[in-house]
Design a protein around this ligand. Structure first.
Ligand code: ADP
Ligand code: MG
Length: 251
């Protein structure tokens, strides 16, 4: 097999050069990290599931007019995406208090917020992804005011849509993280949704039991991580019944 050039290897994915100009291949690994790399392990089958789940969610979002980097899935672990200039921010949208927000403000996890809240974090592992304000983002040129406005508006649309989509299958969207990238057309650029949307980047709770169906199972050593990701895929209707065996077989 012809060797492909690795553009970037991150914690959960590898980017290879794409098959056509302006594209890259996103390969989903089974590797999981938490606490900024302090905790590391592999979750068997995670990459296959996240590739599928992200494909599904990005495609649904494209269907309501949200611009995304997704082009097409290539195989079990790879998808072709538009190459973007990543904006070095994690855009977090919260509906219910959990995780770092609970810690920072001393609030109980599970408390509903009176309205959805958007936060920005600088993507910088060495600094531990610090939270930043819009003032910092423009002062340090990480993004322009117009881009911040576009990212906020798009993230709220993504939140509304995904809240409904997950709600319909008995899953509460507690919070999620998205990344955006710039695409250039001549001298003009606009921002599109990039990276992935999966149980690695969302907090998903079973609406009936509040059972966690996301990466917190890994972060907090709750066990049955792969099963939780599979359950999300199954409820979204993108995993045929009895697929766990199949999934392992085709890896
Ligand atoms: P990290 O450990 O940096 O989070 P990941 O394992 O998540 O890395 O790998 C994905 C990397 O690719 C991330 O750094 C992400 O910002 C970047 N990325 C995501 N989508 C695109 C894209 N469409 N074009 C270029 N880079 C992207
Ligand atoms: Mg990442």
């Amino acid at each position: 097999m012809k060797r492909r050039r690795v553009i970037y290897e991150g914690k959960a994915k590898i980017l290879y050069e794409g098959t056509e100009p302006g594209t890259v291949i996103q390969y989903f690994k089974d590797d999981a990290t938490a606490g900024n790399g302090a905790k590391k392990d592999t979750i068997e089958g995670k990459g296959v599931l996240n590739n599928r789940i992200s494909e599904y969610l990005m495609t649904q979002l494209a269907g309501i007019g949200v611009p995304t980097h997704f082009v097409r899935r290539l195989n079990m672990r790879e998808q072709l995406i538009k190459e973007v200039e990543i904006i070095p921010l994690e855009v977090v949208c919260r509906n219910i208090v959990a995780g770092s927000m609970a810690k920072r403000f001393g609030l109980p996890e599970g408390q509903a917020l009176p309205r959805s809240i958007i936060e920005f974090y600088l993507k910088d592992d060495k600094l531990g992804d610090p939270m930043v304000a819009e003032e910092h983002i423009t002062a340090f040129n990480w993004a322009q005011t117009q881009e911040i406005d576009d990212m906020m508006a798009t993230t709220l649309r993504v939140n509304d849509f995904l809240t409904g989509l997950f709600g319909a299958v008995g899953i509460t969207l507690v919070d999620f993280k998205v990344e955006y990238g710039r695409v250039w057309e001549n001298d003009f650029s606009h921002v599109i949704l990039a990276d992935e949307i999966s149980p690695d980047s969302c907090r998903l709770w079973d609406s009936a039991t509040n059972e966690k169906l996301d990466k917190d199972r890994f972060r907090r050593d709750l066990g049955r991580v792969e099963e939780a990701y599979q359950e999300v895929a199954r409820r979204l209707g993108i995993l045929p019944e009895g697929a766990p065996g199949e999934l392992k077989a085709v890896k």
